[in-house]
Design a protein around this ligand. Structure first.
Ligand code: ZN
Length: 332
């Protein structure tokens, strides 16, 4: 009996990869789901050094952009979670009411908030002890904010998606986060939205409406190409389109394009779910042994753990050179 089982297992192992390889085509029957996450709340360009306006501590342009993003999220009826850097609330070392109110507005809109460290710390640079302190500093701000609504923080997102330089560091961080009631929020759809946003911010500064419009028009198809790429990689690795988790940043470009992006995803058959639902998919229990510095997708991390060759990762859509030039960063 044991020998028969063994043979059956070998036969299955031979058959399964062939079956998954033979069916990479995207079909209408795929249940396409996606959870949207926004990093660097209350706003990516807001930090303790942001020049102060005449009144308050939030420049009016940022306040208006934040309202536009929330209206866009609410208007599209999509669940979303925002990951907070609590140091962005500070001026002169003190949390500012008008900045904290931006987070309250997220909660008032029925959206979730998670921990993204106090100062956007890089685990690979500061090391475990300082990183844990940074997580706890954010927790001290986030927890009372959520407690007012009878909720508590449960999600943690690593800045730069750097999750540890060694398996030991990763295990230590995993244990620390679990002990403090946090689950790691992975990302399967990455993008260089921050590069496009830097270009857009320059066009806003100059009052260059034509370039703003051009960026908006090309950015949404770029994001959709990124989703499409990771959808196909998911089918290639897992045999199905997993519920994706997408990382965007809290910035003006996303505020001004989110409804078009959502419409584009819906046209492709996507429906929007929260992070918890996405992560119920068994793929999220796969091994992630990645210890590199590249803030890469969890699909790629699983593929590395599964020993996929370099061919698996090719074809990732990049940002055009005119955008990287305008943003002032090297070409992708
Ligand atoms: Zn971040």
């Amino acid at each position: 009996m044991k020998g028969w089982l063994h043979l059956a297992c070998i036969a299955l192992m031979c058959l399964l990869p062939a079956a998954t390889r033979a069916a990479p085509a995207v079909t209408a029957s795929q249940d396409r789901r996606i959870a949207i996450t926004f990093d660097d709340l209350p706003w990516a360009s807001l930090d303790p050094n942001t020049p102060l306006p005449a009144q308050g501590t939030v420049p009016p342009r940022i306040a208006a952009e934040s309202v536009r993003l929330l209206q866009a999220i609410e208007g599209t009826g999509t669940p979303a979670i925002g990951f907070v850097n609590s140091a962005r609330l500070l001026v002169g070392g003190q949390p500012q009411a008008d900045r904290t109110a931006m987070l309250d507005a997220w909660l008032d809109a029925g959206l979730e908030l998670g921990n993204h460290t106090d100062t956007h710390a890089d685990l690979h640079i500061v090391g475990i002890q300082a990183y844990e302190d940074d997580i706890l500093a954010c927790d001290r701000v986030l927890r009372p904010l959520l407690a007012k609504r009878g909720r508590e923080p449960q999600w943690f997102r690593h800045p730069y998606l750097r999750t540890g330089r060694t398996p030991e560091d990763k295990a230590a961080m995993g244990a620390f986060l679990a002990a403090h009631g946090y689950r790691i929020a992975p990302v399967t759809v990455t993008s260089s939205d921050w590069i496009w946003a830097a270009a857009y911010a320059k066009a806003l500064d100059r009052g260059d409406a034509a370039t703003q419009a051009k960026l908006r028009a090309q950015y949404v198809p770029y994001l959709l190409r990124r989703v499409n790429y990771f959808e196909h990689r998911s089918i290639r690795l897992l045999g199905y389109a997993l519920p994706q988790v997408m990382l965007l940043h809290a910035n003006a470009l996303n505020a001004d394009t989110y409804p078009d992006f959502v419409a584009g995803l819906r046209a492709r058959g996507y429906r929007f779910v929260d992070l918890d639902e996405a992560m119920r998919d068994p793929a999220y229990r796969r091994a992630d042994k990645f210890t590199g510095a590249l803030g890469t997708s969890w699909i790629h991390r699983w593929a590395i753990a599964a020993g996929r060759s370099w061919k698996f990762y090719g074809g990732e859509p990049t940002s055009p050179k005119w955008v990287t030039d305008l943003a002032g960063v090297p070409p992708e």
